[in-house]
Design a protein around this ligand. Structure first.
Ligand code: PMP
Length: 357
């Protein structure tokens, strides 16, 4: 039934890494994907990340429960402060709802799905050029994508006139995607003065700003300075969306850490918006990741018969008997027939403690 499926092209950015990995020549150099590398060309993990991981491993109080649909509330609060400023009045007035999403891509997608369901204007203007995934994310969410002029190849700088003309001609209420700083792929950002003119034009036409912040801290080296564009749009009291990625600035490419914030007019609106964001997220991926329990336990449901060969070793079995009073053969085999649904949580706690102690 799938024989008609044609080969899809490689992703224009991630496909570069696929080609790089296939190349046997030792002289090879991968300049495609935006990921930090050491002098030896190896992936770089920041010391602060290593230290945080160590703390997580040593913290025995950590559990592996589901996060809420909108993620960790402390993370969401910190993420909003990082982009809008610790002293942001919008945050103080509870007009901001922030939801933890799957890095920048997931945050953009959740924001786009929300807009497609609840916002009256379905056209989003994106800079030309922009990150290659933007048009796909917005199209698949049901928005219609139009370009606005951004880059002038002659000056290798900003086409500020073209930008003002195109946004000036956009229908009122249209959504506008703005790179908060370090525009990808051009590396060309408006000056603060130009941002102010963009803000005035957009607010006068009721255009809705949707900021993509994937590089906070990369443009100037200061987290606050790199959020200036966003903060100008917050200071005027108007609405705005912001998608944050921690892939680049924390070096957390694989963890998929990100957040979507929607700044609303009132706290009441923000709370209703948050309830609708949950409706978007729940059927999409339920809730964002926390930190994986060691090991793959899928064998428990794959194995058949009366027994489960858990993979627990002799010491772990002894630990579970000593601390949790659970008895099984020392090779880690448990008889499923001896288990009942009331005892499952106790067994799960014991296994969790055994594999993490
Ligand atoms: N927006 C822009 C402009 C980007 O360059 C990137 C990363 N290449 C992202 C969003 C999102 O990346 P991620 O989903 O890995 O956070």
């Amino acid at each position: 039934v799938f024989s008609h499926v044609v080969q899809a092209p490689e992703d224009p950015i991630l496909g570069v890494t696929v080609a790089y990995n296939k190349d046997p020549n030792p002289i090879k150099l991968n300049l495609g994907v935006g990921a930090y590398r050491t002098e030896e060309g190896k992936p770089l993990v920041l010391n602060v990340v290593r230290r945080a991981e160590q703390m997580l491993v040593n913290d025995q109080s950590r559990v592996k429960e589901y996060l809420p649909i909108i993620g960790l509330s402390d993370f969401n609060k910190s993420s909003a402060k990082l982009i809008f400023g610790a002293d942001s009045t919008a945050i103080q007035e509870n007009r901001v709802t922030t939801v933890q999403c799957l890095s920048g891509t997931g945050s953009l997608r959740v924001g786009a799905e929300f807009l497609a369901r609840h916002y009256h204007e379905h056209t989003i203007y994106i800079p030309q050029p922009t990150w290659g995934n933007h048009p796909k994310i917005f199209n698949l969410a049901g928005l219609s994508v139009k370009p606005y002029r951004y880059y002038n190849p002659q000056t290798r700088g900003l086409d500020f006139q073209g930008l003002l003309e195109d946004l000036g001609a956009a229908p009122s209420g249209a959504i506008v995607l703005l790179h908060a700083c370090a525009h990808n792929p051009t590396g060309v950002d408006p000056t603060l003065d130009q941002w102010e003119q963009i803000r005035q034009l957009m607010r006068s036409k009721g255009l809705l700003p949707f900021f993509d912040s994937a590089y906070q801290g990369f443009a100037s080296g200061s987290l606050d300075a790199d959020a200036q564009s966003v903060r100008m749009f917050i200071a005027d009291g108007g609405e705005c969306l912001a998608a944050q990625s921690y892939a680049k600035n924390m070096g957390l490419y694989g963890e998929r850490v990100g957040a979507l914030s929607i700044v609303c007019k009132t706290a009441d609106v923000a709370s209703r918006v948050e309830s609708q964001l949950k409706m978007v997220i729940r059927p999409m991926y339920s809730n964002p990741p926390i930190h994986g329990t060691p090991g793959d336990w899928s064998h428990i449901i794959k194995q058949i018969g009366m027994f489960t060969f858990t993979g627990l070793n002799t010491e772990q079995v002894a630990f579970m008997t000593r601390e949790y009073h659970i008895y099984m053969t020392s090779d880690g085999r448990i008889s499923m027939a001896g288990l009942n649904s009331r005892k499952v949580p106790h067994l799960a706690d014991a296994i969790h403690a055994a594999v993490t102690s």
